[in-house]
Design a protein around this ligand. Sequence first.
Ligand SMILES: Cc1cc2nc3c(=O)[nH]c(=O)nc-3n(C[C@H](O)[C@H](O)[C@H](O)COP(=O)(O)OP(=O)(O)OC[C@H]3O[C@@H](n4cnc5c(N)ncnc54)[C@H](O)[C@@H]3O)c2cc1C
Length: 384
Amino acid sequence: MDFRFTPEQEAFRDSVRRFAEKHLAPGALARAHAAEYPWDVSRLMAKHGLLGITIAEADGGQGGALMDAVIAIETVASVCPRSADVVQAGNFGPIRVLAEYGTPPQKERYLKRLLAGEGVISVGMTEPEAGSAVTDLATTATADGDDGYRINGAKVFTTHAPYADVILAYVRFGPGVSGIGSVLIDTKSPGVRFGQRSTFMSGEEWAQIYFEDVRVPPGMVVLKEGGFKRQIAGFNVERIGNTSRSLALGRYAYERAREWAMQRKQFGRLLCEFQGLQWKFADMKMKLDAGQLLLYRAAANADRGFPSAEETAIAKAYCNQAGFDVANEALQVMGGLGYSQEALVEYCVRRCRGWMIAGGSIEILKNRIAEAVFERTFSQRPGA
Ligand SMILES: Cc1cc2nc3c(=O)[nH]c(=O)nc-3n(C[C@H](O)[C@H](O)[C@H](O)COP(=O)(O)OP(=O)(O)OC[C@H]3O[C@@H](n4cnc5c(N)ncnc54)[C@H](O)[C@@H]3O)c2cc1C
């Protein structure tokens, strides 16, 4: 066992860092406070091979391993936290599911644009009445003769939806978990309607999406009924991206607080000389290092495939909590400055808070971990 990067991984990390310092460091603060998607960064990353890192070369990607994508996202986040969202969208989210399960015409139509940094794809799972209990989703795909399907339902909290080209929507072809599959819905299709825009604590915008008799041709089905398990297997990649950003933003805040503690004086002494603060830093460092090992285990074991559900759940639950705790402590150490929008530390706290809910909340992941502990399932439904 070796806990160090290979020379190739080190060289890749250094090249991403040089790219990020040159192109992303300027404007990092402004980018974090802008609601719109950073399309300039997206196109730039496409040119530098930072989108589609794990997607096969035959599909226009780089053919790398999941660990390479993790190195990219955390290195970008260490320089510009907001730009890490572009690495997420171009590597970890529904783009990866599309590359894995999509048909050649689907990839031709959408993947090229996504990999060029010209568009984004969203995943629509959550509905008003189906959050943690996602298999309760009620959006229906009803056969429209031989001519495809009609989609009816609504999705909430869908990241990037206000400007996405296409939504990978989880839909119900029939009853039960086995009735769930997925379709690609072009956001310009007749019958797709967006509700009032709302804003998360992080500053990201979302809007409820309504599907009102939206026609989906047969060629836009990604996974038919019975596809839910495969869909969720792909979703574990998205979870690794959330895990990476949680930890990376915690580390970003920690680094700013560490620098501050070595220069700020109170009572005639540097902050880092107070034992009360030294112990906070020791706790922060232990959490970051522990989370890093769990994240790297899940990513490295996945290699070029999907990560294990159990290792992903452990890494995400731990890093979501650790990232938030560390960013929050870093803010405390920086006092009023940490709480102010002149530094990105408060932004890191706000962003990390969201990942404790998004992509499988910490509680739901702990349910999954408990099932692995006891080697049995525990139904969450009444009377089960
Ligand atoms: C920033 C952000 C981005 C998101 N992006 C997307 C996206 O791109 N696509 C998408 O489809 N969805 C997205 N979501 C939605 C997200 O997946 C849901 O918010 C999440 O699954 C929780 O669902 P809910 O909000 O309805 O909360 P609920 O399911 O109502 O849960 C409320 C609380 O109860 C807890 N809880 C529920 N059931 C149990 C249980 N059995 N045991 C213990 N505790 C339980 C939950 O952990 C939570 O704390 C996003 C959410 C956020 C915050």
